[in-house]
Design a binder for this molecule. Sequence first.
Ligand SMILES: *Cc1c(COP(=O)(O)O)cnc(C)c1O
Length: 419
Amino acid sequence: MKKPFVTLDEVKDIVKTYKTPFHIYDETGIRENARKLKAAFAWNKGFKEYFAVKATPNPFILQILKEEGCGTDCSSLTELMMSEAVGLHGHDIMFSSNETPAGEFTKAKELGGIINLDDFTHIDFLKEECGIPETICCRYNPGGVYEVSNGIMDNPGDAKYGFTKEQMIEGYKKLMSLGAKNFGIHSFLVSNTITNDYYPVLARTLFELAVELKEKTGANITFINLSGGVGIPYYPDQEGNDIMVIGEGVRKAFEEIMVPAGLGDVAIYTELGRFMLAPYGHLVTQAIHEKHIYKEYIGVDACAVNLMRPAMYGAYHHITVLGKEDAPCDHVYDVVGSLCENNDKFAIDRKLPAIEKGDYLVIHDTGAHGFAMGYNYNGKLKSAELLKKSDGTIQMIRRAETPADYFQTFDFCDVMKGF
Ligand SMILES: *Cc1c(COP(=O)(O)O)cnc(C)c1O
């Protein structure tokens, strides 16, 4: 069972001020989860979570996470600027970019952030752009196929990211010769893992690599960045990860591999996005049409512009019809948005209670990679983002776009400027 963190009465109250559709986030859930993560890795004295800004790029959210001790993981200029705006600097910022445009390493370096290089050739690129910093990280790609115990796997050999093992060794040597003093290892191999094994298995791979790199290069390794990839259960009958078990699994690998190699002081970093935010965001939308042709359709006022994952990946997002939480799911609908694209469907053949026009639907687990992936196809405007604060009040943390926002990059005629 997935239970929304807003009730029908609350939504009826909210829509008096903010129109649907909107994204809403749960401050209490975000904070409690961030504290659990911290507790799970409390055994490692340098532990730090760098929230992946791309998952939920909103400064109010970053501020909450900052208060919980998190830094940010950025991969673009504007993500760096947003981190700066919330007062993050120095080693509170990780810059894990790839195919990095000119100028962005400079910005990251000016902020004092940790630069995580995606490729061997970026060593020269960085050197020429702004010089090699004292602390530097390299992203590792082991190649081949990566599998953990429950069969979840991905194909790093097909992924565009990272250095090969030989390049890691040569890269460290080269960076040392250019003045780098402290080194990190980063790797991101599998997304949205629903298993407590992913981090421990990845940690073992990276810990063994750390020992090898130390032996072969003499580099001073100061952190291992396990990056993102810890998933959440999007389906109501799926069991989620237990972050305490995950932290303990990483600790065990650390004790076995790192401590005997004299690497017991190395810090563990994470760059979680989905795990930090996805369950603590809802997309709230209203049923505005129903249609009976070869299938039964419910048309809602949100569309793929507000949440792209179902259209892009066929991703499942659970839906609760507010006020009908306990009603039998004896109807089958496609729940669809208004784009002129037939993949604009939040649900296909979904069993739901009878839906009437005017009903409010909560689309679950949209707090990460939800609003953030939005676009403006069909001239559709992005929604507001709201925060349900821990005291129960609602704060607008981003207003909805207006036509003026949509037109503001044109310099066409005065009529368009006047909207
Ligand atoms: C996307 C991304 C993350 C976050 O991934 P999640 O699946 O949301 O945990 C972390 N690090 C990097 C480099 C990423 O690209």
